[in-house]
Design a protein around this ligand. Structure first.
Ligand code: ADP
Ligand code: MG
Length: 478
């Protein structure tokens, strides 16, 4: 495995990276950084979660000069969420070299951004619409830009930002370095690349070559109308810290999120019909653990770096092997263990085999959990909770009450009754999700290429996984 030193990265940047827990480059970083450092244009194609931000962030910070008070690097991203995330990571990479990055996005007061721009960041990370605003007001000038990145280029084009991007790039100097990073390369993205990128170094990390080392992959054969029931049982049994449930359409995402909430799980849905503001709220709640379960469409979950996800449930099997890898890549990252379970209807078994074949990885078959399995899981969670509270000081106020009860009643019976009250017993026959999953267009087995060359497995030394309390509010009336 190559080290950051071998990639000829400035030692001051390497020391910042090691501070971030980045010990060695990921495959996309290993392949794109040397070309970018040499000044070439680069197109980097790799799935979500492979470290694309640092792949362009490192060369960008390398190129910027801390003592020049002009914007030298520009990153264009599709959403506000990403602008914030990317700017944060660039600030970390640039911390030792004293390179500062500022996020610029719609929805935040423009006056505040104008004030922040007066601090002369060397890099700005902006969404196309807001960047256009600043260019019109002349509060951002691109005359000294030497390096431009289009991140999630495919997504920006999906969102209709083509004209804005073209206009922004026209205002940057002709002589500049261009980097384009994306998870997919559909035709419009190829066209954009052709328009702006010269003789690029193309780097493609085949998603099917990425082994998601830390994630246990399972599937269950579940009839469509039992999916919700089975999902609830799994949630009860496995009590995930943070879970993402993938549905195939926006309507289904809404329906699943609502059905889960009604049953007392803390779940929120996210998909492309939400406004940016709604998406921010959902994501904030999920990140800080207010909601444990995010129900998402593929597109909505793209590009978001969420740490601490322990479980992925594919309520609907993804269309494509690439999407499968994108989805399960959301968990088991950076040394953490993860579990991914895919629901498959009997008609979709062939499609599952196609996915297995493409990713060259066996997905283990598991039986559906029974309702008594689920009940046992819930009971265990309650017992754990009880034992934890029993170790705390703040139960003094209940001791007299307990003593009074024990004078007249048998302790075992009382404890059993308390446990029953605390356990949110699974409902029999919850209503199924009624919106139909669109049928899978079964693909011809593509000629599976040579895969599995060890890409994708990387660790970091520190593990900032966060802690949260496990309790889910029971919604039974007592
Ligand atoms: P992408 O843009 O490809 O979806 P990100 O840039 O968001 O991926 O990176 C995914 C996660 O991996 C982030 O938490 C990031 O901090 C982490 N990461 C990136 N590069 C490395 C590395 N070399 N070593 C360890 N962790 C890394
Ligand atoms: Mg990214």
């Amino acid at each position: 495995m190559t080290s950051f030193h071998e990639l000829k990265i400035d030692p001051i940047i390497i020391s910042a990276l090691s501070n971030m827990g980045f010990e060695e480059p990921t495959p996309i970083q290993e392949k794109t950084i040397p070309a970018a450092l040499s000044g070439r244009d680069v197109i980097g194609l790799a799935q979500t979660g492979t470290g694309k931000t640092a792949a362009y962030g490192i060369p960008m910070v390398d190129r910027c000069q801390p003592d020049l008070p002009q914007i030298q690097g520009l990153v264009i991203v599709p959403t506000r969420e990403l602008a914030m995330q990317v700017a944060e990571e660039l600030n970390k990479i640039g911390s030792r070299k004293k390179i500062r990055a500022l996020p610029i996005y719609g929805g935040q007061e423009i006056e505040r951004q104008i004030r922040a721009l007066k601090n002369r960041p060397q890099i700005i990370v902006g969404t196309p619409g807001r960047l256009m605003d600043h260019l019109r007001r002349r509060t951002v000038r691109l005359g000294q830009i030497s390096i431009v990145v289009l991140d999630e280029a495919d997504e920006m084009l999906n969102m209709g930002f083509k004209e804005d991007i073209e206009e922004i790039l026209r205002q940057a100097p002709q002589r500049r370095q261009n980097l384009l990073f994306s998870a997919t390369m559909p035709v419009p993205t190829q066209n954009l690349a052709r328009e702006f990128i010269q003789n690029p170094e193309m780097v493609h990390i085949d998603p099917r070559a990425v082994t998601v080392v830390n994630t246990e992959q399972q599937y269950m054969e579940v009839p469509e109308l039992k999916k919700l029931d089975v999902l609830c049982r799994l949630l009860d049994l496995q009590n995930p810290d943070l879970a993402i449930v993938f549905g195939r359409t926006k309507r289904r995402v809404d329906e699943i999120a609502e059905a889960l909430s009604k049953r007392g799980y803390s779940a929120d849905g996210i998909h492309g019909d939400l406004t940016q503001n709604q998406r921010d709220i959902v994501m904030r709640k999920f990140r800080n653990g207010t909601t444990d379960i995010l129900v998402a469409t593929d597109v909505a979950a793209r590009g978001l770096d969420i740490t601490g996800v322990t479980h992925i449930y594919n309520f609907d099997i993804p269309q494509d092997a690439e999407w499968y890898v994108h989805r399960i890549g959301r968990t088991g990252r950076a040394g953490e263990a993860g579990l991914a379970i895919t629901f498959v209807t009997s008609r979709e078994i062939g499609h599952l085999r196609y996915i297995e074949e493409s990713i060259k990885h066996k997905i283990n078959r598991k039986p559906m959990p029974t309702s008594s399995d689920a009940l046992a899981g819930l009971q265990q969670a309650v017992v754990n909770n009880l034992l934890e509270v029993a170790g705390r000081e703040d139960i003094q106020g209940y001791r007299a009450l307990a003593e009074g009860l024990l004078e007249e009643h048998d302790s075992e019976t009382l404890l059993a009754a308390a446990l029953k009250i605390l356990t949110r017993e699974p409902q029999e026959n919850p209503l199924p999700i009624l919106t139909e999953a669109p049928p899978i267009h079964v693909k011809n087995l593509r000629n599976p290429r040579e895969v599995n060359n060890g890409y994708g497995g990387y660790r970091r030394s520190s593990n900032p996984s966060r802690k949260k309390n496990h309790s889910r509010t029971p919604q039974r009336s007592y």
